[in-house]
Design a protein around this ligand. Structure first.
Ligand code: AHM
Ligand code: MG
Length: 349
């Protein structure tokens, strides 16, 4: 019998180690000003909901869940798709299970909804979301997304949440992000310390860190706008769109804001939803769409303003379903648009 012992192979740090969303969230907890674990729990709840919604979105063509929900339309008068309703329910269920938030507001519901307390837990957060943005794309197998925003409540934690807890400017978001159900599913979020993206690995059912510290290019060669409404846009917007075309910027418009913004975040460019005759104040919702995406884009080094050149994140919301115009994307391009607005706008800014 040999008396020599075999030396164990040295275990070196693995630079390619997979970091799951859960692990990343827990590790980042110390970054939060109020690190009680509530926000960590909330982000994890959203991650779970995203996986459930992703499962349904991915089999949308296989089951009879696609198509419009019978007679249902949301508070803004849009026809609801069945998957909207499903995604809405799943998000609410996931958020209420852990009791980490005290109330939610969804683009699909008229009013805020209070979440019953879990045990004696006092929650300090409210969550707003657009459960399935761009849902008119579902029937034609084009990418859609979920958008979310988290705020710390203003009202005392002992009592029920109030509408005012939701009507806070976007700069007060403590976290915001989106899930893009695209060729792969990616969850991108920020807690105000940069932006990170996690791609869902279907083989292990986990979101894995794939896009660390995302930075938007300073400029870009893409513009994204529904150019079909060109004749309904104000002069300054038409002039800017002409300029984009003169500069040979490529036009890319999916009609799903999350998808369009995701491309711009990665490749650079500008996304515009100006006022039209049908939507003089813009179509997109300040609280559910503009604010969370502006938060992410600003955190990645970009800019977001409305047609009056006011920073989106500084707008004081007056109502839950308020709409806003928006120009968002690479800083050089947003500044370029600003110059056009200042030059051609007939309105006092
Ligand atoms: P939705 O929340 O009802 O899906 O609407 C929002 C969507 C955005 O994702 C997209 O940018 C926009 O509506 C497209 O609108 P339009 O078809 O007018 O260009
Ligand atoms: Mg939407």
């Amino acid at each position: 019998m040999s008396t020599t012992t075999k030396k164990s192979p040295e275990i070196k740090p693995n630079a390619n180690r997979i970091i799951t969303l859960d692990e990343f969230i827990i590790r980042s907890e110390k970054d939060f000003e109020f690190a009680t674990g509530e926000l960590t729990g909330l982000l994890r709840d959203i991650g779970v909901a995203a996986k459930i919604v992703n499962r349904e979105v991915n089999k949308a063509g296989l089951v009879s869940i696609v198509g419009e929900a019978d007679g249902a339309s949301n508070t803004s008068g849009d026809t609801q798709q069945k998957l909207d309703v499903y995604a809405n329910e799943k998000l609410i269920e996931c958020l209420q299970n852990s009791g980490e938030c005290c109330a939610i507001a969804s683009e699909e519901n008229d009013d805020i909804q209070l979440i019953p307390k879990v045990g004696s837990k006092q929650s300090h957060y409210v969550v707003l979301f657009d459960p399935l943005d761009g849902s008119s794309n579902i029937d034609v197998n084009v990418s859609v997304g979920t958008i979310f925003a988290i705020y710390r409540r203003k009202s005392p934690a002992e009592g029920p949440a109030q509408l005012d807890d939701f009507l806070q400017p976007g700069i007060r978001q403590v976290a915001a992000g989106y899930v893009l159900y695209g060729t792969s599913t990616i969850l991108v979020y920020s807690t105000g310390r940069g932006v990170n993206g996690f791609t869902l690995d279907p083989s292990i059912g986990e979101f894995c860190l794939s896009h660390r510290n995302m930075r938007i290019p300073d400029s870009g060669n893409y513009y994204s706008v529904n150019q079909g409404y060109y004749s309904k846009f104000d002069l300054e917007m038409r002039r800017y769109i002409d300029h984009c075309s003169d500069q040979n910027y490529g036009l890319r418009y999916i009609g799903s804001m999350v998808s369009d913004i995701h491309r711009i975040l990665i490749q650079g460019g500008i996304f515009l939803y100006p006022s039209t005759r049908k939507f003089p104040k813009g179509k997109l919702r300040l609280l559910y769409e503009c604010n969370p995406l502006a938060f992410v884009v600003e955190q990645a080094g970009g800019k977001a303003v409305n047609a009056q050149l006011k920073r989106i994140l500084d707008i004081e919301p007056k109502e839950l379903h308020q709409r806003s115009t928006i120009a968002i994307g690479s800083p050089v391009l947003v500044d370029e648009l600003k110059a056009f607005i200042e030059r051609y706008s007939a309105l006092p800014l």
